[in-house]
Design a protein around this ligand. Sequence first.
Ligand SMILES: [Zn+2]
Length: 424
Amino acid sequence: MGLRRGSRPSQRDDTELNLMGSGVCRSVAVPLALIDSDSIFRGRILRDCMIGDLIIRNGIVVGFEPTENEVQGIVTPRLTEAHCHLDKCHTIDRLVVTGGSLLEAISAQEQDKIHWTAEDIRKRAERGLSELFDAGCRFVRTHVDCRLDPSQPSRMPLAWEILGELAQEWRNRLSLQRAALLPIDDCTDAISTRTLARRIAADKGALGAFILDQSVRSEGIATLVRVAGDIGVPLDFHVDESIGTALDGLCRIAEAVISFDYEGPVLCGHACSLMDVNGDNLKRRLDQVAAAGLSIVSLPASNLLLQSRGNGTPDRRGITRVKELMARGIPVSFGSDNVRDAFAPIGRHDPLHSLYLGILGAQLEQPLAQWISCITLNAQIGVEGSAPLLGGARADDLLFWPVPSASELLSIRPSPRSLVLERG
Ligand SMILES: [Zn+2]
């Protein structure tokens, strides 16, 4: 078998006949972070990768054998975009007022919503989806701005409905999941929050909120966590998106998750203010986050742009304590967040680009292939609670990147391809 060389990552229907068969994908590198050390992988180790021939039987990865040939490319799972905003994306060119700080950006984006017709949302979101698919994504979680109306708690905004239609239309290419983004002030009433959560669960979405310094944040977090546990819906928060002040949203989420024994996935975005916690306090917070089983998604593009913003050049970075979280064993991923909207006038729907910014912003060390887990394994744990390693993966869920090293992958940014199998 040797088909589809140079093709885009394809719809499952198109590749099934080829990649459901058996063969060998020769002379590839796989990141060690994506394989089980006791598994079927028996290649040659070179820094943070294993080099060899990938063996496929009946469409499943069953082995990896050594080779002395030069590396032809890197194999990874298809990527996960754990945090973006397809309802807001690609609005920048028509915005009269654009954001400066986070709160100014929120206000500017609100003013744009008069243009959010079904046609407008569909056109912009579909462009974003197409960009994510071309970037190699298998799973995309998009936030959708929502408000909870106590008189009609299951009523969702137009963008939620349009993105639901797109999820259906794109289901053979990628999984699109919607996460409701509510102000935490809306979530203090258990009865209406429960009705909303049932609707979200029926749509296979995630329940989430924006948490900064609102006076009712503890009450709102407790209600969300308790309701999400009862109904069985994943949680997703925008939390502590500020530096220069030690906010406590992340702690309160962890406390509520432990106290209500919530067992579903909890993905916390931003957590910038963790940068203002040090020493024993930091250690305690990291222990708490680990004990609660939270995952963190860092959003370097919007955080580098919006945090510590003033008249001069910023002297602080806005991203969270990526290295300390990772060292504590907490799954950390990187996401695109806002793309060409009031929050970020430039940006890309591309997990590899988010990782590129994350490596620069957090000064992540070489070797670099280990960090690919931040846009595959860790991101998938954040949204689904678990993620498969490469052993036993479906061949049509994998990508071939035609470059010999992670440095070239991140610097040159080649287009991903489907695997090419030869007879074994
Ligand atoms: Zn966001």
